[in-house]
Every structure is written in structure tokens, then in C-alpha cells.
Design a protein around this ligand. Sequence first.
Ligand SMILES: Cc1cc2nc3c(=O)[nH]c(=O)nc-3n(C[C@H](O)[C@H](O)[C@H](O)COP(=O)(O)O)c2cc1C
Length: 328
Amino acid sequence: MANKFKTRVTEILGVEHPLIMGTMQGHSTAELVAAAANAGAFACIASTMFNTSQALREEIRKAKSLTDKPFGVNINLFPMIRPQNTDEYIDAVLEEGVTVIETAGRSPEELVDHIKKGNAKLMHKCARLRDARKAESLGADLVEIVGFECGGHPSREGIGGLVLIPQVVDAVQIPVIAGGGIADARGFVAALALGAEGVLMGTRFLASRECLLHLNLKSRLVDVMSTESTLVLGTIGDPIRVLRTELVSKVQELEEKGATLEDLLPLVAGEKSREAMSAGDVDNSLLPCGQVVGMIRDIPTVKELIDSIINGAIAVQERLSNTLSGNG
Ligand SMILES: Cc1cc2nc3c(=O)[nH]c(=O)nc-3n(C[C@H](O)[C@H](O)[C@H](O)COP(=O)(O)O)c2cc1C
């Protein structure tokens, strides 16, 4: 397949396609990351899935045994229930020879020196224009920006990608990777048209063959419409976009009644919903999930999905140039 989409992102990350599989807590293991890397995209291992830096090292080694292509490691800076020693994790990543570190959740300020001294690239993910500017000023090499449609954590500002992405592209000099609401070749080309040099997709990869999400949940993703992607926990200042389930509706009801973090924590604490999800108990699951869920209609392999986006993008590009030249 000819590589039609060469950008600063493909150059910096050393990948074939300007396509990034969004890091997914609970899912971004060596196997899934290697599947994306082997298909020409970029992905990061979710470091918070590993309780010790040694366990993270072993996962990195496993990924290296599954692919000779580049991949990164995500360092999660979201407020954590179980804090981790971030510097120790970064040491492990650098010592294992991984050269791209993705941060997300809050400013990576206190980690920049450590990452740069280790000669790694910093890719920071954020959801607000001002955070993208800040990341650039701190020395990030790449910035990922996600619109309000995204699975996981959108900003409380509520700005959709179509409006947010071009503003970020205009505001920073470093390459922009755009995400939130992208699931197919049309969205891929649209993000590039907005000026992004890379495209980020999370939710779509949940419904891939290699993702270890329980089949009950994958089937639900295939069945539902975009209206089943909904926001919770906004009342405690940390909105998260998830799949609507019985548990989620219960949390939303409590939020409407003015529940506090202490009231909500027993319902949303990681362990319980993780157990429900691994048992395929959809009703009691808390699964981050973007509005693109309404566009998911099958469960392809990671490679089939990536190939369909890249091949489809070439077709979209041809259709578009016909339209723009008046031959459509
Ligand atoms: C199940 C799931 C888990 C996620 N976990 C993380 C995470 O641990 N760290 C992170 O930075 N982003 C996380 N995200 C966000 C994605 O990396 C990505 O930014 C987002 O999915 C892009 O929007 P989209 O879902 O509309 O494609 C998660 C998303 C999903 C769907």
C-alpha cells in the first residue's frame, strides 16, 4: 500500500500512517499496542495498568517481542485513586529504550526535564486550547487535542472537535494530532483537512478483535446509537464520557440529587466495575465510550480497521478532489 499520508507526525513517531490508537486504561496492553504498531499505526501501553515499574518493564519487553515497530508508553496524570511513582515509571520506560512518552490528565510540567534528559519525545494529550498552548511552551514535541465528542475525559468547556481542532492548529507550531469523534476514513480525512497532522481514535478500537473487552460489551457497542454515549461525574468536576448502562444511569440520578464524591465513589471505584466488565456484566460496567459508538457496526481486526481507514481515506481524498475541482 502506498503511503499517501506523510506528515511531521509520521516522521517524529517513525510510523507509516498518521494514525494513533488512543491509550485505553484496561485495554492498552502489549498485544493491542503491538497489533496497532504492526499495522502501521502508533499506540501507547497504559502504564497505570501495571502496579509496579517492574511489571511495566515486562509489558514493554513483551510488546518488543511482538513488534519491531515503534510504540510509546502513556503516563496518566489524571487524579488517581491509587497514586503511582511517576518518575520511577519514566525511568523504566527510558531504560527499556522507548522513545515516546504520552502524558494526559494535567500539565506534564514537572516531568518535562526527566523525559527530555532521557532523549524521549513528549506527546501531551489535552482537551482545551490553553492546555495545548501550555504543552508547547513546556517543550512538548507533539500535542493531541480531543473534542467534546471523545470517549474518556473531555474538557468541561464542551467544545466540539470541528471548532476546537483548527483553533489549536492555528495556535501552536508543533504538530497537532486530532481526536474525539473519529471512527472512519471520512473523519480521518476531515481531521487532516482541519490542519491536524495526525489522527487519534480510541472508542473505535474497543470494538476490534484483539481488544480484550468482553464480547458482551463489544456487542453492545455494535448495537447502540450515539445517544448511548453519555457524561457522568461532571458534578464532581471530572466529567467522563461513557457507555450508558444501568450503573451509569444510577450515578446520573444520584448526581441530579446532589450526591457528593463520597456518595459516588463506592459506585464508580475502579475495582467493582472492572470486575463487572471482565465478567461481561454490561449493566454494572463503567466503560469510557465516545459518541462515535453510533458508527460502530462490526468487530474487525486492528489491521483490517487500520487498512480500511487508510485505503478509505485515499478514496475519500479522490472524491473530495473531484468535488472541489467541480468534476464531482
Ligand atoms: C475505554 C477507554 C479508555 C480510555 N483510557 C484512557 C487512559 O487511560 N488515558 C488516556 O489518556 N486516555 C484514555 N482514553 C481516551 C482515548 O485515549 C482517546 O483520547 C479517546 O478515546 C479519543 O476519542 P474517541 O473515543 O472519540 O475516539 C480512553 C478511552 C476509552 C474509550
